[in-house]
Design a protein around this ligand. Structure first.
Ligand SMILES: Nc1nc2c(ncn2[C@@H]2O[C@H](COP(=O)(O)OP(=O)(O)OP(=O)(O)O)[C@@H](O)[C@H]2O)c(=O)[nH]1
Ligand SMILES: [Mg+2]
Length: 336
């Protein structure tokens, strides 16, 4: 769902006031008594109309806002990485209170109008009083509206990830073949999802197993370098991914064409294992162009860290997909 933004206070007031004016235009009666009666009625209806428009807009904004606490943990964590949830809750409360205050002002000023609006000057004075009070109340919403819009913007750009799908995360240095493996597994070009805190895009693909979508996520720029280089937002993103992932597929390039030697690659895998504490499948990729020795050396290092180690390459299948399915849906032992 896409959240709409709220206009700034001044704009909000303009919308409500000009609508009220338009819907209750000036009146012309034949005698003074009638004129006063009509003018009073006109002003009352303007007050009602303006208060209704403002109250409705504010209440709708609050009602439309999904409860952050009900978001799937992954999305909640992503959101928390970029906004302050408490501030958003306060902003929503402020919008809601303001809607109530406006309705209260409306009641008070209409009551005043009915009691004291006996001549033209008094009617204008009460009308000005109403619009003045409402204006200053709405103008105090400046910060809350900014916060509302900022959170709405962040929520609108949360990546469209299936929180309930079994998920595999790809990790490994750049150029080791992560995206290639994602495409091999899913048999399609990866979908690119926006990613709320960096310029990076998540790459997401799916394959079906046991009548379910298995979700594969490649996280360029996030899990492809040592962890000490992370800024606080990236650390939160990693925490978010942790909620989601069941398995890490760590891609190693035994040919070292990616620009990192196998020791460096193994050490990043060790860190990844420590960070996530998840089941790790090491894929020794590019087996079609790697020498036997290169594969052996990478394998020796990988096996010390990974739970499983497979070698694969172009036209060389390692059975990675089957391993993933096996791990996600372990066969239950049947007692006889
Ligand atoms: N020969 C061979 N080349 C491969 C294999 N897998 C990937 N490559 C090549 O390695 C290069 C990098 O592959 P990518 O899949 O883009 O690697 P990546 O890990 O996604 O890289 P970044 O997105 O930069 O992190 C590309 O030129 C691929 O064609 C393989 O199994 N065999
Ligand atoms: Mg890639």
């Amino acid at each position: 769902m896409r959240l709409n933004f709220l206009p700034k206070p001044k704009e909000l007031l303009d919308i409500a006031f000009s609508k009220a004016r338009k819907e209750s235009p000036e009146v012309n009666a034949h005698n003074e008594r009638e004129q006063i009666r009509l003018e009073r009625a006109r002003r009352i209806s303007q007050m009602e109309n303006a208060a209704e428009t403002l109250g409705e807009k504010l209440e709708k904004a609050v009602k439309d806002f999904p409860s952050v606490d009900n978001l799937p943990a992954f999305q909640k964590d992503l959101l928390e990485a970029t906004i302050e949830i408490e501030k958003t809750k306060k902003a929503l409360a402020q919008l809601s209170i303001t809607a109530k205050i406006i309705r209260k002002i409306q009641k008070e000023e209409i009551k005043k109008m009915r009691m004291f609006g006996k001549h033209e000057r008094k009617i204008s004075e009460i009308t000005r009083g109403f619009f003045g009070r409402v204006s200053s109340t709405v103008k105090r919403l400046e910060k809350s509206i900014e916060q509302y819009n900022e959170t709405a913007r962040r929520m609108n750009e949360l990546p469209n990830i299936k929180a309930e799908a079994p998920t595999v995360i790809l990790a490994g240095f750049p150029n080791t073949g992560k995206t290639t493996i994602l495409e091999r597994l899913t048999g399609s070009k990866a979908k690119i999802a926006s990613y709320p805190f960096t310029t990076q895009k998540l790459q997401i693909g799916y394959f079906e197993a046991k009548y379910q979508d298995i979700q594969i996520i490649d996280t360029p720029g996030l899990l492809d370098r040592p962890f000490e280089e992370r800024n606080p937002i990236e650390k939160k993103a990693i925490a978010a991914i942790k909620h989601l992932a069941k398995i890490i597929v760590f891609v190693i390039d035994p040919t070292e064409q990616c620009g990192y030697n196998v020791e460096e690659q193994a050490s990043l895998m060790q860190e990844t294992k420590k960070q996530f504490g998840l089941y790790i499948i090491a894929v020794l990729n590019k087996a079609d162009i790697a020498s036997k020795e290169q594969i052996e050396e990478a394998k020796k290092l990988a096996e010390k860290i990974a739970d499983e180690t497979l070698a694969e390459g172009e036209k060389i299948s390692s059975g990675l997909k089957e391993k993933i399915i096996e791990k996600l849906f372990p066969k239950k032992k049947i007692d006889s």
